[in-house]
Design a protein around this ligand. Structure first.
Ligand code: HXC
Length: 510
């Protein structure tokens, strides 16, 4: 009996060794942790239970029959994050560059299916060179199996991908389907085809970092939702994110005890909006002063900075916040900010997280670049996302709410539940200057007359009371009381029931 137990120990040791000491040292030398070290940091201590440690690949071509590694270069299983069950897979770059075989794919599919059955988030840690070249079509089939499960899980359980090394070829499309992608600065990169193929096909010379590093995806393409300095920080932040999320679409958004008073007033908010409407201010200040303990997990902080998205808590309850940022491009809605916010709204709605929208928006961005890029369709995504969302929706207009952007930003007309405005709100078809230049074009040559018209327009429209008189704004509230009013609104919406008409699925303008 003893020797049977020892045999199990020996096999486990062998599987845990990955590519061996030398390759593990090389992994560390690159500033990267191993697949198992990452899982240990991600999950609660001693909570990890591994699946399929003894699975081996079935490849025979190119001498693969003689090269077997227990576990086939992906560590899979489940554990907990602050007590919440999560399923994980973590690719092991130290063997075959973490590349994907049929057996490797089947291990991932197993945890995906299990997570969906029990209703638990799935977290994938990526560090791999794509399809295992020696396996051919079995590898491609394996990828498609994973993609299919990703699609089935979308909107059922939260899916998070962390890119912690190379993520090339077939490996990129599974993260792309998941809800959030995070990268590790300087050690990770993502691309469909690497620099060598790029050189052959387009004759461009480009580095890994310039093709698919964190600056590209977290700042320019918007493919990634954030980047962290190193593995440790990334995994710690994923733990923090998971705390804000429900386990599945069958469970309500989580709540956590807070010591932040519901009626904590913030006198400084009364002077947050500058007297000059063209002067910017930092919308993040409002967010941090209103939410519990100034704890805000920002999504995509480096992409489309003219809109802010992220998770926070109000009296302990998770909420999603979408806010125009007047500090960047005056908070205008453009292609990137519309896409970023639309996806975030849809995530919140899919997972029963109430949405708080803070509005200071001068309109949609004019220009050929935007129109040629399809601003109409991209702007419509945000409109669509807000309109279809059935979770509690609370909107606060702090200053500008002009034109179509007023409608889009969770207005009453798109089923906003509580629509508040500060006394500084200006709700109109457009800004006063632009408006009088159009409707009083005949007086264009008389600056004095035009100035008088502008003043008249401002008195008439640059306030929240016209909208309030129509019932489009439920109340004009004091800035210092914002936290209390939003929390009370959220509490009153606890029993909200709203369903959209039956359909197979909608046809959001993609
Ligand atoms: C098999 C692979 C591999 C792969 C890397 N390795 N990628 N083995 N299949 N896809 C092996 C290497 O042979 C090497 O083994 C070890 O992993 C480490 O790789 P290095 O190249 O030494 O590491 P590094 O210099 O850090 O470069 C990492 C890399 C590079 C940039 C990821 O390995 C690379 O370019 N790999 C190929 C990427 C690729 O084109 N993948 C296929 C994409 S096509 P030894 O034993 O020598 O140390 C694809 C199609 C699927 O994925 C589409 C589905 C929709």
């Amino acid at each position: 009996m003893q020797h049977i137990l020892e045999e199990l120990d020996r096999r486990r040791e062998e599987a845990r060794a990955g590519g061996g000491e030398k390759r593990v040292a090389a992994q560390h030398a690159k500033g990267k942790l191993t697949a198992r070290e990452r899982i240990d940091l991600l999950l609660d201590e001693d909570s990890f239970e591994e699946f399929d440690m003894f699975v081996e690949h079935r490849g025979v071509e190119f001498g693969m029959a003689e090269q077997k590694f227990s576990g086939d270069v992906v560590v899979t299983g489940w554990g907990t994050i602050n007590g919440k069950v999560v399923y994980v897979f973590s690719k092991d770059f130290t063997v075959f560059g973490g590349s994907l075989s049929g057996a490797h794919a089947a291990k991932i599919v197993k945890v995906q299916r299990q997570a969906m059955k029990v209703g638990a988030p799935i977290i994938g840690l990526f560090d791999a060179g794509g399809a295992r070249i020696q396996e051919g079509v079995d590898s491609l089939a394996g990828y498609a199996d994973i993609f299919l499960e990703n699609v089935m899980a979308s909107g059922v359980v939260p899916q998070i991908s962390v890119i912690m090394g190379p993520c090339a070829g077939g490996d990129v499309y599974s993260p792309a389907i998941t809800d959030f992608i995070f990268m590790v600065k300087d050690t990770s990169y993502m691309y469909v085809t690497g620099p060598d193929v790029v050189k052959t096909v387009t004759n461009e010379t480009v580095t890994h970092a310039d093709l698919g590093g964190w600056k590209v995806h977290a700042g320019k393409s918007g493919v990634a939702d954030g980047a962290f300095d190193n593995d440790l920080e990334a995994l710690t932040q994923i733990r923090r994110l998971v705390d804000f999320l429900p386990s599945s679409n069958r469970t309500p958004a989580p709540t956590r005890e807070t010591y932040d008073e519901i009626d904590r007033g913030e006198a400084s908010l009364d002077t947050l909006v500058p007297a000059n409407p063209n002067k910017p201010y930092d919308m993040k200040e409002l967010i941090l002063k209103v939410v519990d303990e100034a704890d805000f997990f920002e999504i995509s902080p480096d992409f489309a900075k003219n809109i802010i998205t992220g998770f926070a808590r109000m009296d302990g309850e998770s909420v999603g916040i979408i806010a125009n940022q007047p500090q960047v491009l005056a908070g205008v809605l453009d292609i990137d900010s519309s896409r970023k916010a639309a996806r975030f709204v849809r995530f919140c709605d899919a997972f029963s997280i109430p949405i708080i929208t803070l509005v200071d928006v001068p309109g949609f961005m004019p220009g050929t670049k935007q129109e040629y890029g399809g601003l109409i369709k991209h702007g419509a995504k945000l409109l669509f996302a807000y309109a279809e969302a059935t979770v509690p929706k609370i909107t606060l207009i702090t200053r500008k709410a002009y034109g179509g952007a007023y409608d889009v930003m969770s207005s009453k007309h798109l089923r906003g539940d509580f629509n508040y405005a500060w006394p500084t709100a200006e709700i109109a078809v457009m800004g006063a200057k632009g408006a009088v230049e159009i409707i009083f074009r005949a007086e264009a040559k008389d600056p004095e007359a035009l100035a008088a018209r502008e003043a008249e327009y401002k008195t008439r429209f640059a306030n929240p009371f016209v909208a309030a008189s129509r019932g489009y704004i439920d109340d004009v509230i004091m800035p210092h009381g914002t936290r209390r009013r939003i929390i009370r609104a959220l509490k009153s919406l606890k029993g909200k029931e709203l369903a959209n008409p039956w359909k197979k699925h909608d046809n959001i303008p993609l």
